[in-house]
Design a protein around this ligand. Structure first.
Ligand SMILES: Cc1cc2nc3c(=O)[nH]c(=O)nc-3n(C[C@H](O)[C@H](O)[C@H](O)COP(=O)(O)OP(=O)(O)OC[C@H]3O[C@@H](n4cnc5c(N)ncnc54)[C@H](O)[C@@H]3O)c2cc1C
Length: 386
């Protein structure tokens, strides 16, 4: 087989790139290899779907601000034959709660966000009650809130991109890539599990938590590991009469509505590795005591279900790695999103489409996320990783 661009991994990132390339009028053939036809274990459908502009670095604020605008009109823009690509984007806000000593930091973040046009607000503890009247504010000094942010259905976004990319001509092949191939002049293509090879001068590694394994086999290791993250869905005896913003407690435990239920998670310390087991004890021991303390209505809670998904975790600065590998021509990376890939997918798709077709970024300069930053020690030190 021969093609022009190979995308390994048809999750939200790979599909956004395929779509954006074709939207820009790319005339070559794009082949997306996806090993999991129903996306059972992909990170995207297991995500909490939080969309926020409340970041602390210029690059992440720019990326998420661009992406949020895309999500606002996604259903219409990605409609196929008049059928809207609904993504259930609920702009119900995103809220970081602050304890004593944290407000100064949030004040600085707020200033930077506002310089980028983000309508974030620093709230005092009493003002928090206007957002969540049932909040226990006894140990809180305030919070950072952005009403424009919210959450969406990650699976629908991914399918929206994939369906539109297919409609524009992308070729999705549901087969695992066994290895990526190179020769002395650069990328050569991929070898499939079936033994067949597919040649192309460009291969984009969008394999999420499996990206480091493929890169390691290629002889180009990347500082990324898969890390398990659990989410628990629960019901409460006394439902709230309004929808919550995605709220992050000072401990790092986050919660939001999911229909009439709620979901909650927390970045616990775990060893790197692929592991999809989830435990009720995670809720009972790590989440519930904090949830019950923070919102009275959460004291009477019942687990509905749970799941575990994988962060593609960048061990150096917890941010994505995007762009062509400096030591391997034609090898592009779009991985290591470390828990914020949903809110970056539209901008990353746009940026990589420009880089590949025009040789430069036009909409947003994504070069701060280049692989070379590790050797240069030009890290992107993001202070708001959930
Ligand atoms: C519990 C959890 C909560 C999260 N919450 C948020 C959030 O609130 N907000 C946010 O922005 N982000 C969040 N994220 C992160 C976000 O989900 C990811 O950054 C994003 O989905 C990454 O998309 P992806 O396409 O890179 O990865 P994936 O969705 O994993 O896609 C990669 C694809 O590559 C395929 N693949 C892998 N290896 C091969 C191979 N060898 N051959 C062929 N195909 C292959 C896989 O099957 C997979 O479908 C969360 C993640 C988790 C796990």
């Amino acid at each position: 087989m021969k093609t022009d661009i190979i995308i390994v991994g048809g999750g939200v990132i790979g599909s956004s790139i395929a779509y954006n390339l074709l939207l820009d009028g790319y005339e070559g053939e794009i082949t997306v290899f996806e090993k999991d036809r129903i996306y059972e274990y992909s990170s995207t459908p297991r995500s909490a779907g939080g969309i926020r502009q409340l970041f602390t670095t210029d690059i992440n604020i720019k990326i998420s601000r661009f992406s949020l605008q895309v999500y606002k009109t996604f259903p219409q823009d990605m409609a196929i034959k008049g059928e809207l690509a609904e993504i259930d984007f609920k702009q119900r806000g995103y809220l970081f709660l602050a304890q004593q000593g944290m407000l100064d930091q949030l004040r600085k973040q707020n200033k930077l966000q506002q310089q980028h046009g983000v309508p974030s607000e620093l709230l005092g503890s009493n003002e928090l009650l206007q957002v969540i009247p049932e909040l226990n504010i006894k140990d809180l000094d305030g919070g950072l809130y952005c009403a424009e942010d919210g959450y969406l259905d990650p699976y629908s976004v991914m399918q929206g991109y994939a369906k539109k990319a297919k409609q524009l001509g992308a070729n999705y092949i549901y087969e695992p890539v066994k290895s990526i191939l190179k020769n002395e002049s650069g990328i050569k293509g991929v070898k499939l599990d079936s033994g067949l090879t597919c040649e192309a001068p460009i291969v984009i590694n969008c394999a999420g938590p499996w990206a480091p394994e493929l890169s390691e086999m290629l002889g180009n290791p990347i500082p990324i590991v898969p890390l398990k993250r659990q989410i628990i869905q629960f019901d409460i005896a006394k439902p709230l009469t309004y929808d919550l913003p995605l709220t992050v407690d000072p401990t790092g435990v986050y919660f939001r509505h999911e229909g009439h239920s709620l979901i909650s998670g927390f970045s616990e310390k775990v060893k790197p590795g692929i592991d999809f087991t989830w435990k009720r004890s995670f809720f009972l021991e790590q989440l519930w005591p904090i949830l019950g303390h923070r919102v009275k209505n959460f004291e009477l809670a019942k687990i509905a279900t749970g799941w575990a998904g994988m962060y593609s975790h960048n061990t150096i600065d917890q941010n994505a790695v995007i762009g062509e590998h400096p030591k391997l021509r034609g090898y592009y990376l779009a991985c290591g999103f470390s828990g914020h890939g949903m809110q970056q997918a539209p901008a990353v798709g746009r940026g990589l489409a420009e880089l590949i077709q025009k040789g430069r970024y036009e909409t947003i300069d994504l070069s701060p996320l280049r692989f070379e930053r590790f050797a240069e020690k030009n890290f992107v030190l993001e202070g708001a990783v959930v």
